[in-house]
Design a protein. Structure first.
Length: 199
């Protein structure tokens, strides 16, 4: 059964140089490396109240604004229409997670080069549909153009940088707008911005 979500913020990230690394190392080394890195990223999820959607190869995807949490800490998929403040808070949580993620990733070394891991990341905010797919090995998934646009924000970002769409930037209402650098837009026809410094 599908659930409509009016506005969430999605973050995609991947590892710069992963293709070359995976060709130079054994599958076991790749798996061990990804387990080390992704476990460190998983440790940040609760801190920022974001939901891990999935990993696919070196791609790591999170969502903010998808879940409600009661006073006992029990989480459920949100079905309510979020307030403007809730949308903004979700976008901020996603960005804060992403900034922490970049820092934590830099403490992990690439096995083939001995250099710190460098990520690129992209965020977009908008509507999605969530639900369970299949009848065996059920998978909770998100669908919609918001997912596609967030992925495009990541794939066109620069190494070590965070690229966000205009929709996400509008929700962030950053008091320091000079930290963002216009990129001129990408193929998906959305205006986007690169984060130029950390808080």
């Amino acid at each position: 059964m599908a659930t409509q979500h009016e506005c969430v913020t999605i973050m995609f990230t991947d590892i710069v140089g992963f293709t070359a690394f995976s060709k130079e190392c054994t599958p076991g080394q790749v798996m061990s490396f990804l387990n080390e890195l992704f476990s460190k990223l998983d440790d940040l999820l609760d801190k920022h109240s974001v939901y891990k959607v999935e990993t696919a190869g070196d791609c790591y995807i999170i969502c903010a604004g998808l879940l409600d949490e009661d006073e006992d800490g029990f989480k459920t998929v949100s079905t309510a229409s979020p307030s403007p403040a809730a949308k903004a808070k979700a976008a901020r949580r996603a960005l804060n997670f992403t900034m922490d993620m970049m820092q934590v990733a830099s403490t992990v070394m690439m096995p083939n080069t001995g250099k710190p891991v460098v990520l690129r990341a992209g965020l977009h905010s908008g509507p999605v549909v969530s639900g369970l797919i299949g009848s065996r090995l059920l998978k909770f998934s998100l669908f919609g153009d918001t997912m596609n646009t967030a992925s495009r924000m990541e794939s066109t970002s620069l190494p070590g940088r965070i690229q966000v769409s205009q929709a996400t930037l509008d929700l962030l209402r950053d008091p320091q707008p000079s930290r963002w650098e216009p990129t001129g837009g990408v193929e998906v026809k959305v205006c986007c911005f690169l984060f130029t410094s950390s808080t």
